[in-house]
Design a binder for this molecule. Structure first.
Ligand SMILES: CC(C)(COP(=O)(O)OP(=O)(O)OC[C@H]1O[C@@H](n2cnc3c(N)ncnc32)[C@H](O)[C@@H]1OP(=O)(O)O)[C@@H](O)C(=O)NCCC(=O)NCCS
Length: 156
């Protein structure tokens, strides 16, 4: 699949917000209950909040035929946030291409270590990229306990 990766623009916000909600209220249901998924991505879709979030922490965006199909965010301290692939484009290398781009940028910025709190779905993905698990976490969100996994990768 031919993908283009570029930085976030304000016009991407609605599409990325939909990718987030559809990925959580879909594929994530394999590993998380309906109540947990509702706590992770409360409905109705909050487009203004996501517009603000994405503008504050602009992600890299993967495009297939000009349409956003995934996004990932690198923070200056090496923290990776928001790894989401469009529900209809999963297991086709979208997150892999985004991650390759992110790691290259991180190395160019002199970041020594990347780290992430990975969902059950993202854990095998980050393991494949060479991340090591350091802990299993129980995170409280809107009254639900969600499990995720702290993982890190040294770039040195
Ligand atoms: C996690 C996620 C971003 C992966 O995106 P993706 O574009 O499907 O990933 P890729 O196609 O690049 O996967 C690359 C490799 O990672 C591994 N991998 C990815 N998803 C996996 C899964 N659900 N189960 C097992 N291995 C997986 C595989 O080794 C895969 O290679 P393969 O398809 O050749 O076997 C995607 O499943 C997603 O959006 N999930 C829902 C939301 C979520 O949990 N986001 C993470 C928040 S921390």
């Amino acid at each position: 699949m031919e993908l283009n990766i570029r930085g976030f623009t304000a016009e991407d916000a609605k599409a990325l917000t939909d990718i987030f909600y559809d990925a959580v209220h879909g594929p994530a249901l394999q590993y998380y209950s309906q109540e947990q998924v509702n706590a992770w991505a409360p409905l109705p879709r909050d487009y203004p909040a996501w517009q603000a979030r994405l503008s504050a922490k602009p992600p890299f965006v993967a495009l297939f035929k000009q349409t956003p199909v995934g996004f990932i965010t690198l923070e200056a301290n090496g923290h990776i946030d928001w790894t989401y692939t469009h529900k209809d484009y999963q297991r086709r290398g979208v997150a892999g291409a985004l991650y390759t781009h992110l790691e290259k940028q991180a190395r160019a910025q002199g970041i020594a270590q990347l780290y992430v709190e990975a969902s059950y779905l993202a854990r095998p993905f980050f393991a494949k990229q060479g991340f090591v698990q350091s802990s299993e976490n129980q995170v409280e969100r809107h009254g639900q306990i969600l499990v995720n996994f702290s993982m890190y990768k040294s770039l040195e």
